[in-house]
Design a protein around this ligand. Structure first.
Ligand SMILES: *Cc1c(COP(=O)(O)O)cnc(C)c1O
Length: 234
């Protein structure tokens, strides 16, 4: 049985190990999120059989559609921008929301989490490249935002930061952005804000995760390098 997915996962785990070692950590400190948007359930389940424990989707409706067809006990990550009116569909399904970036969204997550009887773990998304097209908070807004959420949203637990590097030809050019995010995370950690943790730094995708790991990422979101190019027509 040919399994390019198993081969890809093996290669990625070796690179994760190398990246972790380069930054003085163990492979077990790093979470690999298999990004499964547009990927069908059979392929996702195959990846799970080969050791994937965390899967990431960027559309609530895709999570809802696939949820019952996925085997085992995986953790679900909502990694894409989240519309406020979609929170209710995923609140009981996802383990970590990576795209918390505005107060209105925080209020809705808090309300729905409370109703569902859970504390929702979230990452605050930072817009490090200041590109208009990307979601996320500006560096200058992060501290105030986190203080506000911490004091007004008891059913949200902030667990760290998420960022996407700008699109560049050479991933080496993204290094400065990853460094910057790590700095912001240390700064927030040092503020010791009640109920705010900087456990996770979600950065690095198929083309740049090795560099992100070298700069302190401990959560990489990898799609194409596992499943191949996405077919959005499916
Ligand atoms: C699609 C996506 C990824 C994965 O991208 P690849 O280049 O396929 O690894 C990571 N993060 C987010 C937010 C995404 O939407």
């Amino acid at each position: 049985m040919s399994s390019y997915i198993a081969d890809n996962l093996k290669e990625i785990s070796q690179k994760i190990q190398a990246g972790a070692e380069k930054s003085g950590r163990n492979t077990s400190d790093i979470v690999l999120i298999a990004v499964t948007k547009t990927v069908d359930e059979d392929k996702i389940n195959e990846a799970i059989e080969h050791g994937v424990t965390d899967i990431g989707e960027n559309k609530p409706q895709e999570i809802v559609r696939k949820f019952d067809n996925i085997i085992g006990n995986v953790r679900w990550h909502l990694i894409g921008s989240l519309q406020t009116n979609k929170v209710k569909y995923i609140i009981d399904k996802v383990d970590l929301i990576h795209s918390l970036d505005r107060e209105g969204l925080a209020k809705e997550i808090d309300k729905r989490a409370k109703a569902a009887g859970k504390i929702m773990d979230c990452l605050v998304q930072i817009n490090i490249s200041n590109e208009d097209t990307k979601h996320g908070l500006d560096e200058s807004e992060v501290e105030d935002f986190i203080r506000t959420v911490s004091s007004s949203c008891p059913n949200i637990r902030i667990r760290g930061l998420m960022a996407m590097a700008p699109f560049v030809e050479d991933p080496e050019e993204s290094r400065i952005y990853f460094k910057k995010i790590k700095e912001i995370s240390l700064k927030i950690e040092n503020l010791n804000i009640q109920g705010v943790y900087m456990d996770y730094l979600s950065m690095g995708m198929s083309n740049d995760y090795e560099i992100a790991l070298q700069e302190g990422s401990n959560m990489v979101r990898i799609g194409t390098a596992i499943f191949g190019n996405r077919n959005y027509a499916v």
